[in-house]
Ligand binder design. Structure first.
Ligand code: MN
Length: 203
């Protein structure tokens, strides 16, 4: 299982990162070991700025490569909301040196997602949200994605063969921010709470 992530897929997030929106989807990967399967992370010692990115996440159901956008949506079968946790200070330092920033994105516990749901018609118009306790931190809509879901999956499949169980993070809308030690974070798809995530200060 691999975790395929899209970078800068919402124009306003690219802007808040000081970047231009890309002309084609840009991907990075996280390994299986990045999956916070227990629903919590211990705040990593290598960062002072751990940030949340709240994203629509899709589950890959079939093997495929070199797909066309029209057929590509048939290769995912479930949707949820997840967190692409990012060591922003480390990422900025690596970026400024022109170095790969995978360490800031693919570390243990950096990917988590809620319960899988069937993909509803009109999923693009369903708000996905992150709360700290009852405080709304971030909200987005799939309709604001720069590329269609089919375009994203097709583009990914030209580089990485899709395999059942792979997970696709479609990128964060604007409004990323820091997670705090001892945070309790809730993700929602529309009115449905799909999961809760904990940030521990130590084990
Ligand atoms: Mn992201």
């Amino acid at each position: 299982m691999k975790i395929i992530c899209v970078a800068r897929s919402y124009p306003l997030h690219a802007q808040e990162m000081g970047a231009l929106p890309p002309e084609k989807p840009i991907f990075f990967l996280k390994p299986r070991s990045a999956w916070a399967v227990s629903g919590e992370i211990i705040y990593p010692a290598f960062t002072q700025r751990l940030e949340y990115e709240t994203e629509l996440v899709f589950r890959v159901a079939r093997s495929g490569a070199h797909l066309q956008p029209q057929q590509a949506v048939e290769y995912v079968d479930a949707i949820t909301v997840g967190l692409d946790l990012t060591a922003r200070d480390l990422q900025s330092e690596l970026k400024s040196k022109g170095l790969p920033w995978e360490m800031a994105k693919a570390f243990d516990g950096s990917a988590w997602w809620g319960a899988w749901l069937p993909i509803p018609d009109g999923w693009e118009d369903v708000p996905f949200k992150l709360y700290r306790d009852s405080i709304l931190l971030q909200v987005g809509y799939g309709r604001d994605l720069l590329f269609s879901l089919g375009e994203i999956i097709a583009a990914a499949s030209r580089f990485f063969t899709l395999e059942p169980g792979d997970v696709l993070f479609t990128g964060t809308p604007a409004g990323v921010g820091p997670v705090q030690r001892e945070d309790t974070l809730h993700v929602f798809f529309g009115d449905k709470q799909v999961g809760t995530f904990f940030v521990r200060s130590h084990s």
